[in-house]
Design a protein around this ligand. Structure first.
Ligand SMILES: [Zn+2]
Length: 237
């Protein structure tokens, strides 16, 4: 399923359900619900979230920087030959890593910077850093589409928002939105494996990606979500 569909369906249903249950819909809750709708796909190379977090131009800048550093190391006399060549080759070769690897490197560096320099945004810097670290080390479509992923994300949000004034509902917004993403994926041909290493697979095959029926089901889900949100936030408000 596409990132945008996840964003609409997970966020829309989560906020509607929370409102029906009597929770205040705060701006942080909306932000966390939206982020959590996209989070499970962060280990996909073309994930909407990854593309937004590490845009192409940032990768290009890093590549240029590495090549520049390599040239500098070669000429600056930091090490004597042949070590200056070895050093330059080592640094320069990083810039030729495949896009996905380079992206992960950038994500790790960003996480490091968030840990070190973004104390003012506590706890959001720690949450973002954790997400970046985890998503750059989990295998492709590994742990994110499991119940462990839901649990881990909910627990992280719970503890991160303990000290916040209106943070009480954040873990509910995040956990629910994340779980709805997995539920939506369970409708697709690809399905999910919620509890590895148990081989049990959740796959309802209602939506085979790329087919007419598949995109029709996806559209129906979006329309139903919008209808629910309309009912909750406009008609009964
Ligand atoms: Zn997914």
């Amino acid at each position: 399923m596409m990132g945008k569909s996840h964003l609409i369906i997970s966020t829309g249903i989560t906020l509607s359900a929370m409102s029906l249950l009597g929770y205040d819909i705060t701006i942080p809750a909306v932000a966390v619900a939206g982020l959590s709708a996209l989070l499970p796909d962060i280990d996909e190379p073309n994930s909407l979230l990854v593309r937004k977090a590490v845009p192409e131009f940032l990768l290009r800048i890093l590549q240029m920087g590495l090549i520049g550093t390599a040239i500098y190391l070669y000429f600056a006399g930091v090490a004597s030959p042949p070590w200056n060549i070895a050093l330059a080759l080592l640094v320069g070769s990083v810039s030729f890593l495949p896009g996905r690897r380079l992206r992960h490197l950038v994500m790790l560096l960003l996480a490091l910077a968030l840990f070190a320099f973004a104390d003012a945004y506590d706890p959001w810097n720690y949450i973002a850093a954790c997400v970046l670290v985890v998503s750059s080390i989990v295998p492709h479509r590994g742990l994110t589409h499991t119940l462990y992923g839901v649990a881990g994300w909910s627990v992280l949000l719970y503890f991160a928002s303990l000290g916040m004034d209106d943070g009480g509902s954040l873990w509910i917004a995040g956990g629910m939105s994340y779980a709805l993403h997995l539920l939506a994926d369970a409708l697709t041909q690809r399905g999910i494996t919620p509890l590895p290493p148990l081989p049990f697979k959740l796959r309802l095959k209602l939506m085979s990606t790329g087919t007419k029926k598949g995109s029709a089901v996806e559209k129906v889900c979006i329309v139903l979500t919008l209808a629910l949100a309309l009912y909750v936030f406009v008609l009964t408000a």
